[in-house]
Ligand binder design. Structure first.
Ligand SMILES: Nc1ncnc2c1ncn2[C@@H]1O[C@H](COP(=O)(O)OP(=O)(O)OP(=O)(O)O)[C@@H](O)[C@H]1O
Ligand SMILES: [Mg+2]
Length: 241
C-alpha cells in the first residue's frame, strides 16, 4: 500500500451491472499498487468478474470512480482502455485458437507503438515455453500453455495494471504454481496485478493483499496473510482447495 501517494488503481464506490438500474456491483472500493498482487475472492455470483469487466471498460459503470495512475478512466470506451495501461485476461476466450502463438502475441501489440520485434523477444524471454511453440496454433497448446499465452498477449501491450479472471481454473497444481510464479515476476517488474481466484488459499499465498466480496459489496480486506489467518474468512471463503 502507498503512503501519501494515491495507489495506482483506485476504484471508489463503484456501481455496475448489465442492466441500468439493476446493478450487481453495489458500491465496491478497491486499490492496487504497482508491484503488488491483489486477489479478489468471494462466492459464486458475488460480482467479482463484473467488477473486472467494469474496470476494463467492457460494461458501463453507473456510479463511482476508477482512477489509474491518477487519471480518471471511469468512462473510457473499451478501445481506449488498453492504451490507458489496463490489460485484461478474461476467464475464457482469451486467445485466438486458430492463430499461432506468434500471431496471438502480435495481435496483443497491435495498439502499441514501438518495435514489435523487441516486444516479441521480450515476451519469449519472459515465457520461454512459448518460444518453442511459436509456430503452433493456440488450440494445440495445453491448458497451462494457453493461459501463459493469454498472459503474454496482454503483456505485449505494456499494461501497468494486469487483471486476470481465474487464471488457474482447471490447471494442474504444478501448473497453478507456475502461473503464480509468472505473475509474481510481472509484479516485481512494476505491474499492478489484480486477479479473481476460486483457488483462494493458493492465490492468497502469492498475494500481498486480498479482498472478499459478497453480494456485490466489500466484505473483508487486508494483507493476504491476515485473511488466511482470519477464522471468519477461512470458515466461509477458503473452503475447498
Ligand atoms: N452477461 C451477463 N448478463 C447479465 N447478468 C450477468 C452477466 N454475467 C453475470 N451476470 C450476473 O451478475 C451477477 C454477478 O456475476 P459475476 O459473474 O460477476 O460473479 P462472480 O463473482 O464472478 O461469480 P463466479 O465465482 O461464479 O465467477 C450474477 O448474478 C450473474 O448472474
Ligand atoms: Mg466470475
Amino acid at each position: 500500500m502507498s503512503h501519501g501517494v494515491a495507489p495506482h488503481l483506485q476504484v471508489t464506490d463503484l456501481v455496475a451491472g448489465y442492466v441500468r438500474g439493476l446493478p450487481v456491483v453495489h458500491g465496491v472500493s478497491i486499490e492496487v499498487d504497482r508491484r503488488e498482487i491483489v486477489t479478489l475472492i468471494g462466492p459464486n455470483g458475488a460480482g467479482k468478474s463484473t467488477l473486472l469487466k467494469a474496470i476494463a471498460g467492457l460494461i458501463a459503470s453507473e456510479k463511482g470512480r476508477i482512477r489509474l495512475g491518477g487519471r480518471d478512466v471511469t468512462a473510457l470506451p473499451a478501445h481506449r482502455v488498453v492504451s490507458s495501461g489496463i490489460g485484461f485476461v478474461p476467464q475464457t476466450g482469451n486467445v485466438f485458437t486458430t492463430l499461432t502463438v506468434h500471431e496471438n502475441l502480435k495481435v496483443g501489440a497491435h495498439l502499441v507503438r514501438g518495435s514489435l520485434n523487441e516486444r516479441l523477444e521480450r515476451a519469449y524471454a519472459l515465457f520461454p515455453p512459448l518460444a518453442a511453440r511459436r509456430p503452433l496454433r493456440a488450440r494445440a497448446l495445453s491448458g497451462g500453455e494457453r493461459q501463459m499465452l493469454a498472459i503474454a498477449r496482454a503483456v505485449m501491450a505494456d499494461p501497468t495494471l494486469l487483471m486476470l479472471d481465474e487464471p488457474t481454473a482447471g490447471l494442474a497444481p504444478r501448473v497453478v504454481e507456475e502461473v503464480f510464479r509468472q505473475l509474481r515476476g510481472l509484479a516485481e517488474a512494476g505491474i499492478a496485478v489484480l486477479m479473481v481466484e476460486q483457488n483462494a488459499r493458493a492465490a492468497l499465498g502469492v498475494s500481498d493483499r486480498g479482498y472478499v466480496l459478497t453480494e456485490g459489496k466489500n466484505r473483508f480486506a487486508g494483507p493476504a496473510r491476515a485473511l488466511l489467518d482470519d477464522s471468519r474468512v477461512a470458515a466461509a471463503f477458503l473452503g475447498g482447495r
